[in-house]
Ligand binder design. Structure first.
Ligand code: TTP
Ligand code: MG
Length: 406
């Protein structure tokens, strides 16, 4: 049985997605060649087809007229996106139960970073079986899962697993797994590149992996070494999403009058950073940049930004970066009175690390726990001591100082 080792990426892809959905409501067509096309007219194109139809040479993107010639007995249905869409959403929701780091790459496929999931599942194959069981139980169709140390190999593995299977490529076995496959099976080798490789006498991915570097450089320039690295199963890009579809998160507050009190400005910054940090945690997102905005009257607005090598994950990290920006910018402006102050984060991406159950509680884990309590009991169930205003009127702490994104 396989073990967990280092990085672990799953690529999950539904089998013959549109056809599988149609078979749920047309069970009498099971086992038959079935084609789903974008309409039934003379110019219609095949969206997908059942594995029975694939044996006749029918495939996606083929003109329907040609598909009918290749397989005259096929049943042809017009695609019905409104019917497939909820299944696609359900599919992605199921995957989110297995990892917070997920990168959908289409309606019916996604990459999952399963690194660290060894605390929950004895083996990767067991986790994959559970994903497949959830999909079968809740959507009623089959999915295939590729398991590998990186996205590239996981993608090829899921193709190899199809239909209705799991394929795991152990660390160190990537090159051997890819070697016998045709070059066309390497992701990002399109028909044109494939033809150029065949011209060089390179038929399989193994041929490409072993080709003299000079030969590839002559034909593909600097892209040659990249191509060869891929052929060996080397691929560095991590599973990363769009950060929940947002490009930035920010909070700002305009004061009714100018403020020059450092302690008060610092407290406002802390609340804003805390709110931004909460959103980062809730969205399983990290930020590469922290931004600060200040406005001095009449309309003199400045912004400052800072980025560090490590992503910003928590409110503390956002606050400390924002405070540094604030102190520098404010002293540059001779501590002029401030009318507006705001904190933001940008360059968002999904967290690269999966939280591990049972690990030493880090600030990231603490931030998640705080967020969970706030979700249940409200924003004010947990506050920082520094947020509580020493004044007696209580006005500041009750005022609506946090502005959501417009
Ligand atoms: P794919 O995952 O590429 O194909 P599939 O799910 O039908 O089959 P497989 O078992 O090989 O994964 O695409 C998912 C859906 O996207 C597919 O059911 C129909 C649609 N699609 C198109 O509409 N046009 C296309 O050219 C392709 C490739 C897919
Ligand atoms: Mg599919």
């Amino acid at each position: 049985m396989s073990e967990w080792h280092g990085h672990c990426v799953f690529h999950v892809d539904l089998d013959a997605f549109y056809v599988s959905m149609e078979l749920l409501r047309h069970p009498e067509l099971r086992g038959r060649p079935v084609i789903v096309a974008g309409g039934l007219g003379p110019r219609a194109v095949v969206n997908t087809c059942s594995y029975e139809a694939r044996r006749f040479g029918v495939g996606s993107a083929m003109p329907l007229s040609k598909a009918r010639q290749l397989c005259p007995e096929a049943d042809v249905l017009a695609s019905d996106f409104a019917y497939y869409a909820p299944a696609s959403r359900r599919f992605h929701a199921i995957l989110r139960d297995f990892s917070p780091v997920i990168e959908p790459s289409g309606a019916d496929e996604a990459y999952l970073d399963m690194t660290g999931a060894d605390r929950l599942w004895t083996t990767p194959a067991q986790a994959a079986a559970s994903i497949r069981a959830r999909i079968a139980g809740e959507i009623g169709i089959t999915a295939s899962v590729g398991i590998a140390a990186n996205k590239l190999v996981a993608k090829v593995a899921s193709d190899a697993a199809k239909p209705d299977g799991i394929c795991e490529v152990r660390a160190g076995e990537e090159a051997a797994f890819l070697a016998p496959l045709p070059v066309r099976d390497l992701p990002m080798v399109g028909p044109k590149t494939a033809r150029r490789l065949l011209d060089l006498g390179l038929t399989t991915i193994g041929d490409l992996a072993r080709a003299p570097a000079g030969l590839l450089a002559g034909r593909f320039g600097r892209g040659g070494s990249d191509l060869q690295a891929r052929a060996r199963g080397e691929y560095a890009a991590s599973v990363a999403g769009s950060g929940g579809g947002r490009k930035s998160i920010s909070r700002e507050q305009t004061f009714g009058h100018d403020v020059s009190d450092y302690e008060r400005l610092r407290r406002v910054l802390l609340r804003q950073a805390d709110s931004v940090g909460s959103t980062l945690t809730r969205k399983h997102t990290a930020a590469r940049t922290v931004t600060l905005k200040l406005r001095f009257l009449p309309f003199d607005t400045i912004t400052r930004a800072t980025s560090t090598g490590a992503p910003f994950l928590t409110a503390e990290e956002v606050f400390s970066a924002a405070l540094g920006l604030f102190e520098r910018a404010w002293s540059e402006h001779h501590r002029r009175p401030i009318r507006l102050i705001g904190v933001g984060v940008a360059s968002l991406h999904e967290r690269a690390r999966q939280l591990q159950l049972g690990q030493e509680p880090s600030r990231e884990v603490l931030a998640d726990a705080v967020e969970e309590i706030r979700e249940r009991y409200g924003r004010w169930a947990i506050r920082r001591a520094a947020e509580i205003t020493p004044g007696s009127d209580g006005k500041e702490r009750l005022s609506p100082f946090v502005h959501p994104d417009p």
